[in-house]
Design a protein around this ligand. Structure first.
Ligand code: ZN
Length: 247
């Protein structure tokens, strides 16, 4: 998926590993602000690279975000921008936003003052609170997801209704997915269905939107009880049974 240079959404979540999301964000800001075709050598490009550019505020934390960490967002947005001007807030490891932090941001993220934009970076979309997630455009970096989305188990849960229990068990039997990879696949599935949900909503297809919502919920419930070492197959079988009702 390509980051938009026009009609930039008020808030987006970029999903991928820390290095890729950081580099992609820097390149994106350079594309937006550099007047020399994101040359990467002018002062604008260098300041963006060093996270010192005036129109981009970077937030990060080691543990969890506190409400104090977010003060800068409210103090900055208190000033109206000139028409044409833009300002970005980049929130690293957005999965470390506590519920209180996320709630304090909801209104701002939904309708930021003109010219302000949010970019949430995370390696685990499912760990970002749903209230934030549902207000954001989600961009999954292909470097992270290309191998996952071609994974046999991934396709089992996207191909609607076409997979018999016997076929599924056959795939599962041959599968060697470990617990950690299982979580990554579930994460990729949540992104997949989230995009389906947004598409359906845009097309006012309430039936598909509802279905996608139920599936996202089922995936989240599955994530709440992640597989124990050695129990990935059981985990997937349980999920398949739940899905059969939803597809
Ligand atoms: Zn430049």
């Amino acid at each position: 998926m390509i980051l938009p240079l026009n009609n930039i959404p008020p808030a987006l979540i970029m999903v991928g590993d820390a290095t890729s999301t950081l580099n992609t964000t820097i390149t994106y800001l350079q594309q937006l602000f550099c007047t020399r075709n994101s040359c990467s050598t002018c002062s604008t490009c260098l300041l963006i690279q060093q996270q010192q550019f005036y129109a981009a505020t970077w937030l990060s934390t080691d543990k969890h975000y506190t409400l104090d960490d977010l003060d800068v967002i409210f103090s900055t947005t208190a000033y109206a921008l000139q028409e044409q001007d833009k300002h970005f807030f980049i929130i690293n490891t957005a999965d470390l936003l506590t519920p209180a932090c996320s709630n304090s941001l909801l209104k701002m993220v939904e309708e930021p003052p003109a010219g302000y934009h949010f970019i949430f970076l995370t390696s685990r979309l499912s760990a970002v609170l749903p209230t934030i997630r549902s207000r954001c455009t989600i961009i999954t970096l292909t470097t992270t997801n290309s191998s996952l989305s071609s994974h046999a188990l991934f396709t089992c849960f996207t191909n609607q209704g076409s997979l018999s229990p016997a076929d599924f068990l056959k795939i599962l039997e041959q599968d060697t997915t470990h617990e950690r990879e299982t979580l990554l696949i579930i994460d990729a599935l949540i992104t997949y269905w989230h995009n389906k949900y947004q598409q359906a909503t845009m097309q006012s297809n309430s039936q598909e939107a509802q279905q996608a919502q139920k599936i996202i919920l089922a995936l989240q419930q599955a994530l709440a009880k992640p597989p124990m070492p050695g129990s990935s197959k059981l985990f997937w079988r349980t999920l398949y049974l739940t899905f059969n009702h939803l597809l």
